[in-house]
Design a binder for this molecule. Structure first.
Ligand SMILES: C[S@@+](CC[C@H](N)C(=O)[O-])C[C@H]1O[C@@H](n2cnc3c(N)ncnc32)[C@H](O)[C@@H]1O
Length: 219
């Protein structure tokens, strides 16, 4: 399998109609093994040894209001543990875009979550988030929440800057950004340098234990 290159026009989306709203394939052990193999091959590019537990996934969407959300964007979806918790909760009005750079993970995601007009799996690098959201018809301040599984502080600086610039442009003023981590509290000051309001939620039941930064109001 080949890695994607990091060009804005390299992202792809799938638009097949889902057979049943909210239906998706459960995670398989083969997904976890693929994740582990990717970690050994690519290390910090994957940023974790094992997919998030359901406790971590649920913590990451703790502040999402799915009864009123119009648009939810997931960054770095991996094999889909957070994706599945979001898809379960989507109402008929919410658009959901899940971005992932790795083509093998994208294949897992598109098999697990057949796309619909409301659910899109996009093979994309977050460095091109602005173009991706624009091309998919998302208006500025049109995103209720960004749910990130990325190792954000370790992203290349240019990618991180481009990503936060797009988050600033597309996040609703009352929206939130969450980011999982395997280093509890270690990056608190990093997130506080980007957002005015940051809280940290510890998640013990994850491999390894970690947590979620819940962030609002970009500086
Ligand atoms: C720590 S894993 C989290 C995966 C999944 N969300 C979970 O919770 O198990 C980070 C994911 O971000 C993806 N990723 C890393 N850098 C990326 C980038 N620049 N653009 C898009 N995805 C990226 C990796 O391929 C990996 O799947």
């Amino acid at each position: 399998m080949t890695e994607s290159n990091n060009t804005a026009d390299n992202y792809q989306s799938s638009h097949n109609l889902r057979q049943r709203d909210g239906a998706f394939e459960p995670a398989k052990i083969s997904h976890n093994i693929l994740f582990l193999q990717k970690f050994f091959r690519h290390g910090t590019r994957i940023a974790s040894v094992w997919p998030s537990s359901r406790f971590m996934a649920r913590a990451s969407i703790r502040h999402a209001n799915f009864s009123s959300a119009r648009c939810v964007v997931e960054l770095g979806a991996g094999t889909g543990p957070i994706t599945s918790e979001i898809v379960k909760r989507l109402n008929g009005q919410t658009r959901f875009l899940a971005l992932e750079r790795d083509p093998d993970f994208v294949e897992v995601l598109t098999n697990r979550f057949p796309a619909s007009p409301r659910v899109q799996i996009l093979q994309a690098d977050v460095g091109y988030l602005d173009a991706i959201l624009h091309d998919n018809g998302i208006a500025p301040h049109g995103v209720d929440c960004f749910v990130s599984g990325l190792g954000t502080p370790s992203l290349p600086e240019a990618v991180r800057k481009a990503m936060f610039s797009a988050v600033r442009k597309y996040l609703r003023p009352d929206g939130f950004f969450s980011n999982i981590t395997e280093f509890p509290l270690y990056y608190l000051n990093f997130y506080k340098s980007v957002f005015e309001h940051v809280s940290f939620q510890f998640v013990a039941l994850n491999m390894p234990p970690g947590g979620v930064y819940h962030c609002r109001n970009m500086r």
